[in-house]
Design a protein. Structure first.
Length: 95
């Protein structure tokens, strides 16, 4: 029996608030860990619905190679954010 692999997770399922007040780092780390467990990161993405996502001072979110962070902008279009291993945003593009 084949098992379908999840390649995209919705960050809200892991507790992100997107309110600009609460630290979303712990929930983002959980979402990334879930992708590792199911897809080994290859071609996987974390989806962020519209909002303001806070990574509090002292918090850290490492985004491994193969993971894409995708968000929906105010115009309803999807944005892809790629982050390198050092945590630097390397690409932001509308898709």
């Amino acid at each position: 029996m084949s098992r379908e692999v999840a390649t995209r997770v919705d960050a809200r399922r892991f507790g992100t608030q997107g309110d600009g007040v609460n630290d979303d780092a712990p929930a983002l780390r959980l979402a990334i860990a879930a992708l590792r467990d199911f897809s080994g990161y290859k071609g996987a993405s974390v989806g962020l619905p519209p909002g303001t996502y806070l990574i509090a001072a002292g918090s850290e979110v490492q985004v491994p190679d193969g993971i894409t962070i995708e968000g929906t902008g105010p115009d309803g279009r999807t944005w892809e954010i790629q982050i390198d291993n050092s945590g630097v945003i390397t690409t932001v593009k509308r898709i």
